[in-house]
Design a protein around this ligand. Structure first.
Ligand code: UD1
Ligand code: UDP
Length: 357
């Protein structure tokens, strides 16, 4: 069986790494890696291939830094050409980025079956580009690998149970990655870090593209760093651009985006996580830390229900208050909420069974 894996953004490299490892240990599946080029800086792309042992992309496009329509449309056209020339039996896509949707749509239009890893997640906020991407990708996939019970329930509510597709709860591949690579954790080079700190990340379009929300978050981060506890923020290039454009001053410990090994070190050593990332919310949990999420909704609702993650939007007072209440708090995962590190094996086993059936 020949599979083309389509990836393009930072979290997809991390997710694909563990499945790619599992595929290489399995006979009968050949994986071809297509990188759309959506993320392209060395510290947003190459570093993950090097650290996580992901094979060099067989096909590398260079499509990035444009509007959603243009980016997705150009990817669609170029991925179609790659699929026509490589003739895979199946396409594998991850998550909810423009690369995900373009890959799934190019395949579906050519009647190539699509497997979606991280299927069924919903924020119920159609203003998010990711919500559009994930709903459409699920609709054109025939193998839907769900990380959680909630994701399965969301698909059932949308009528997937009566469709001729497979919906499987497999757990979360990000937990596989956290478990596999935590032994490689290394301190970010060339920066002296305080003993206690909050690890922050910030890049979500709903925050960075809204001047009022961005200004409020900057206000909160500056205040926490000045008055409560140092804030370490590996800054996404999107956010760097917008903060500069808006003339805002972010007075925290800013570092360039770090590799995954450095990120797991920071997650392990921090006292609290403050983020608007999807993946980092769960990683806080994997590393036993509480999380404060600067969004109005989350797809990872089980963490909210457990009381280990709190949604605070972009309200500077709520953000600062939640940090005071949660700093240093340790959280536990007694029920293996995200599958306990078996998701990639389950996915690859299922793909393997598909060949023999
Ligand atoms: C994308 C995904 C988002 C995901 C995030 C992970 C979509 C719609 N959004 O958002 O779901 O959470 O990736 O990080 O697909 N840039 C650089 N260098 C890079 C990468 C990006 O300078 O290596 C700049 C781009 O030029 C662009 C901006 O960052 O100006 C945003 O990049 P883009 O890929 O459009 O969206 P993300 O915000 O990264
Ligand atoms: N990450 C990283 N270096 C950083 C910031 C994040 O390796 O400087 C990792 C993080 O640990 C997680 C993934 O990137 O595994 C999350 O990606 P991001 O927040 O960009 O996207 P999202 O999950 O919101 O789609």
């Amino acid at each position: 069986m020949k599979i083309i894996t389509i990836i393009g953004a930072r979290p997809q490299f991390i997710k694909a790494s563990v499945i790619s490892h599992a595929i290489r240990k399995t006979s009968g599946i050949k994986e071809i890696m297509l990188h759309t080029g959506q993320h392209f800086d060395a510290n947003m792309s190459d570093i993950f291939f090097n650290q996580l042992g992901i094979p060099k992309p067989d096909i590398k496009l260079n499509i990035n830094s444009s509007s959603h329509g243009e980016m997705t449309g150009r990817m669609l056209a170029e991925i179609e050409q790659a699929l026509l020339s490589h003739k895979p039996d199946r396409v594998l896509v991850y998550g909810d980025t423009n690369s995900t949707l373009a890959g799934a749509l190019a395949a579906a239009k050519l009647h190539i079956p699509v497997a979606h890893v991280e299927a069924g997640l919903r924020s119920f906020n159609m203003q998010m580009p990711e919500e559009i991407n994930r709903i459409l990708t699920d609709q054109i996939s025939d193998l839907l690998f769900c990380p959680t019970d909630t994701a399965v329930k969301n698909l059932n509510n949308e009528g997937f149970a009566t469709k001729n597709v497979e919906v499987l709860k497999v757990g979360d591949v990000m937990q596989d990655a956290a478990l596999l690579f935590s032994k490689n954790a290394i301190a970010p080079p060339n920066i002296s870090l305080p003993e206690q700190f909050v690890l922050a990340t910030l890049h979500r379009a709903e925050n960075t593209d809204n001047p009022e929300r961005l200004a409020n978050i900057v206000l909160a981060l500056n205040q926490i760093h000045r008055e409560q506890v140092p804030v370490i923020l590996p800054l996404h290039p999107r956010t760097r651009k917008l903060i500069t454009q808006q003339g805002l001053k972010l007075n925290v410990r800013l570092v360039d985006p770090v590799g995954y090994f450095e990120m797991v070190w920071l997650l392990d050593k921090c006292q609290l996580v403050l983020t608007d990332s999807g993946g980092v919310q769960k990683e806080a949990f994997f590393f036993g830390k509480a999380c404060i999420t600067m969004r109005d909704q989350t797809e990872w609702v089980e963490l909210i229900e457990m009381g280990v993650n709190e949604l605070v939007g972009a309200d500077n007072l709520k953000i600062a208050d939640a940090v005071i209440r949660n700093i240093g708090r340790k959280v536990q995962d007694p029920h293996q909420l995200y599958g306990g590190g078996q998701a990639s094996l389950r996915i690859v086993q299922h793909l393997r069974e598909r060949i023999s059936s």
